[in-house]
Ligand binder design. Structure first.
Ligand SMILES: [Zn+2]
Length: 81
């Protein structure tokens, strides 16, 4: 790829042979450059996404538990009174 600083053509090098500038690999050059703050926000989004997924499964389990509790309570109430 072409060095963005001095326009020297570097084939597959990760560092410019003319000025020594770090070059992104071709498969990653379209990835947006993230600052530390953006990286932290991305990490928090990942954590939040995983947390939401866990909470969803916990919610399903609690709902199933509560519903089965009510089912047995009502069955007991109607059939054994
Ligand atoms: Zn260069």
């Amino acid at each position: 790829m072409k060095c963005p600083k001095c326009k020297t053509e570097n084939e597959n090098r990760s560092v410019c042979k003319n000025c020594g500038l770090f070059l992104y690999r071709p498969d990653r050059r379209n990835a947006p450059k993230l600052s530390d703050k953006e990286l932290r926000q991305r990490d928090w989004r990942t954590v939040w996404r995983v947390t939401r997924k866990i909470l969803k499964y916990v919610g399903i389990i609690i709902t199933a538990f509560v519903l089965s509790f009510w089912f047995f309570y009502l069955a007991w109430f109607f059939f054994f009174q």
